[in-house]
Write a protein that binds this ligand. Structure first.
Ligand SMILES: Nc1nc2c(ncn2[C@@H]2O[C@H](COP(=O)(O)OP(=O)(O)O)[C@@H](O)[C@H]2O)c(=O)[nH]1
Ligand SMILES: [Mg+2]
Length: 379
């Protein structure tokens, strides 16, 4: 028994010394390395230079749902072209370090990654020094527009937050699926860092990349926020989570959606159905919300509804409509939208908005966990 424990310690020590046995000119601060054998290879690259090069970009489009779609598509791109992915901060009114919201060691199970802040501190001074920083912009073939990496918000504040200025520019016309051409035209020895103006991915996320959601796991902080809200308010109770996307920007976004083939995240419910979008799917009227919520309550026999919304939670209207079933409605209105996401993910049944990428985040995780999701105006 003691011999076994002793052997285990020896093995762990061997792993740790491999991890820290880096080029002595690099930093050897490996504080966030775990001994999980799946992740060691990907995280040990952290402060040793990857000769295949790096991919670095700003999640500069939209708010969280859009950024998450872009992140997963870019993760797939980094893997395809076999460069280490610099984990960008998310953008709110500030740069949010990746690890504030997500676990780095889980993304590292899929591909080599390094935190942007670590990259700038430990690798950039030597390998991507001031004076040698090239910005990459995609532009259409015949465009005479300029490559502006830092103009406007959030582009400027994003790179300023990481103390990056650009010295030169490259305009490319390649798509993110021309893997071989990327490596032929921009080999790692000549272009060690491809720093892009925007994410190398489409929006909405391509269906093939949805499964990468499994590598995006909330930090303990977000997970604890959600768990403590639930245990304080409706511990051990079955609950229905609903997402009401009904703020002023959504009124505008949904204009003209009737009859469209797809818009924003709508493939998550319409794909393969041959159905077109309706205004009701995009912006369900109150009667539709009350109808579907009642159906789901009758089906699940849940006594609790958790409402997440950017504007109007309809709390008393829903409670009034479901008086007969003695349902209680909760609404958190969290400072951090991710807390709403984490709670919605944990619900026994979820009703979301098909067009919203905020809903799409919840749906992707739930699909992986085999949990049911319905959509307003559709289910
Ligand atoms: N807290 C909270 N914020 C929300 C909710 N729905 C929308 N928002 C806010 O509005 C933003 C919507 O933008 P985005 O995430 O890109 O999703 P989309 O616009 O619905 O596709 C979110 O990131 C949140 O900041 C919600 O249910 N709860
Ligand atoms: Mg949006």
């Amino acid at each position: 028994m003691y011999t076994m424990a002793y052997c285990t310690i020896l093995v762990l020590l061997a792993i740790v010394s491999t991890v820290t046995g880096t080029d002595s000119s690099e930093s050897t601060d490996q504080s966030s390395v775990t001994a999980n054998p799946d992740t060691v290879t990907n995280i040990r690259q952290k402060f040793t230079w990857d000769p295949n090069g790096y991919i670095f970009f700003c999640l500069c489009m939209g708010r969280f749902g859009n950024q998450a779609d872009h992140f997963l598509g870019s993760l797939a791109f980094a893997k395809r072209i076999n460069r280490t992915l610099v984990l960008p901060p998310f953008r709110t009114y500030r740069n949010v370090m990746f690890t504030e919201w997500f676990k780095q060691e889980v993304v590292a199970q899929y591909h080599r990654v390094i935190l942007a802040e670590d990259f700038m501190k430990h690798l950039a001074p030597k390998h991507w020094p001031v004076g040698h920083r090239i910005g990459f912009c995609w532009l259409p073939q015949n465009s005479d527009a300029k490559c502006v990496m830092k103009e406007g918000n959030p582009f400027g504040p994003f790179w300023d937050g990481l103390k990056v200025d650009f010295d030169d520019y490259i305009i490319y016309h390649l798509s993110y699926y021309e893997t071989e051409r990327w490596n032929e035209e921009y080999p790692g020895d000549k272009y060690p860092v491809i720093a892009m103006r925007g994410a190398p991915a489409g929006f909405p996320i391509s269906p093939a990349d949805r499964q990468l959601q499994r590598y995006l796991v909330f930090s303990d902080k977000i997970e604890n926020d959600a768990n403590s809200y639930i245990s304080k308010n409706f511990p051990d109770q079955k609950f229905v989570g609903i997402h009401l996307r009904n703020g002023a920007d959504w009124v505008n976004a949904c204009k003209g959606t009737e009859g469209m083939r797809s818009m924003m995240a709508s493939t998550q419910c319409l794909d393969g159905t041959g159905q077109r979008l309706t205004h009701k799917i995009c912006f369900p009227p109150e009667q539709e919300v009350l109808r579907l919520v009642k159906n789901v309550i009758v089906q699940t026999r849940a006594k609790v509804i958790f409402v997440a919304t950017d504007q109007n939670p309809m709390t008393s209207k829903i409670e009034e409509h479901l008086k007969k079933w003695k349902v209680k409605v909760y609404h958190l209105d969290p400072w951090l939208p991710l807390d709403d996401l984490a709670i919605l993910i944990k619900s026994d049944h979820f009703i979301g908005n098909c067009v919203s990428s905020f809903t799409a985040y919840v749906k992707r995780v739930r699909d992986l966990e085999g949990k049911p999701t319905s959509f307003w105006g559709f289910s």
